[in-house]
Design a protein around this ligand. Structure first.
Ligand code: GLA
Length: 360
């Protein structure tokens, strides 16, 4: 009997050891680049190496950008042993070679797969191959995995993502695990111990109305973000051409206030000074990367303008005035109210309050 109890205890203990995500990574929102928004399926070794070179020489690395992530379409099939097959025409030297190149630049390497049977572009998904794929990624030197949700049929989201989390952990190489489930099963409620970031919405589109409606959807999610577990309102569109410079500046500032992952999504090899200036804005990045890891909340919603506040480490706060209209606006702000830390308002943690809006 005792033996049996001991066995059960050991089984429970060993399960707990394997069932976790990698801790102590992504303590501030991940920063990097992803191929999807600009290049879609047109990915190749040449492109990724060019992006790595550009990131090193244009000062984005100095600004904190780190991960280079190849999104969908790098994979074409599985061999007779189930091993994932890389598109040899586009990646002639394979993924290990590319990872080595990216690492040699002091950067980190990310890849994409899907929890379903096929990716969103119909390439082989990870379903049923999680542990094998995780070992392959570890061998290649993968540091970041974006895991999508297409073709998942009746799968349970939490259970599916937990399998991949466990597989990555078992493979032994620390990987930032990025859940891309589009917010369908409210991952902010369950994914804190599963991944480091989770998409909260459908895909972003390079237009003001699409960007701002994604922003609106983040309003009630502030309390779920923190070091190592971030709400992900999707990758940046800055520099892709569908918004004005002012709108891109707003997009970037809002993502910084949200403590959102900053994954550039434009062609880093060909961008204007304005685009680079927005992407490397030091003050905004400092706010985004603040170690307290708080997402901004809406302090006041006046329709055309909003005031957002992000608590920072060392009792500091960042304040954002958002003018949603097409007209120039003058907004008077009583900074002393916003900065006070011991009045009634701030005595209650606004991140815990049901209703963030102050109407006075
Ligand atoms: C989904 C994701 C996108 C991108 C594409 C690739 O739509 O949400 O971010 O990864 O798949 O097919």
């Amino acid at each position: 009997m005792k033996k049996q109890i001991l066995f059960i205890l050991l089984a429970v203990l060993s399960y707990n050891v394997s069932a976790q995500k990698f801790n102590q990574i992504a303590n501030t929102p991940p920063m990097g680049w992803n191929s999807w928004n600009k290049f879609g399926c047109d990915v190749s070794e040449k492109l990724i190496m060019g992006i790595a070179d550009a990131m090193g020489s244009n000062k984005m690395v100095d600004a904190g950008y780190e991960y280079i992530v190849i999104d969908d379409c790098w994979q074409v099939g599985r061999d007779e042993n189930g091993e994932i097959i890389v598109d040899k025409d586009r990646f002639p030297n394979g993924m290990e070679y590319l990872a080595d190149y990216i690492h040699s630049k002091g950067l980190k390497f990310g890849i994409y797969s899907c929890a379903g049977t096929k990716t969103c572009q119909g390439r082989p998904g990870g379903r049923g191959y999680e542990f094998q794929d995780a070992r392959t990624y570890a061998r290649w030197g993968v540091d970041y995995l974006k895991y999508d949700w297409c073709n998942s049929n009746t799968q349970n989201a939490q259970a599916s993502y937990e399998i991949m989390r466990n597989a990555l952990y078992a493979a032994g190489r620390p990987v930032v695990f990025s859940l891309c489930e589009w917010g369908q099963s409210k991952p902010w409620e369950w994914a804190k111990d599963v991944g480091h970031l989770w998409r909260t919405t459908e895909d972003i589109v390079d237009r003001w109305d699409a960007m701002i409606s994604i922003f609106d959807e983040q309003k009630d999610l502030a309390k779920y973000a923190g070091p190592g577990h971030w709400n992900d309102p999707d990758m940046l569109e800055v520099g892709n051409g569908g918004m004005s410079t002012e709108e891109y500046r707003t997009h970037f500032s809002l993502w910084c206030m949200l403590a959102a992952p900053l994954m550039a999504g434009n062609d880093l090899q060909n961008m204007t000074k304005e685009t680079l200036g927005i992407l490397t804005n030091k003050e905004m990045i400092t706010i985004n990367q603040d170690t307290l890891g708080k997402q901004a909340f809406c302090f006041r919603d006046n329709g055309d303008y909003e005031i957002w506040v992000k608590k920072l480490a060392e009792e500091e706060k960042a304040i954002c005035l958002l003018n949603r209209s097409d007209e120039v606006k003058t907004v008077e702000v009583n900074i002393s109210i916003l900065l006070k830390s011991n009045d009634n308002y701030w005595a209650t943690d606004p991140y815990e309050m049901k209703n963030y809006y102050i109407t006075t």
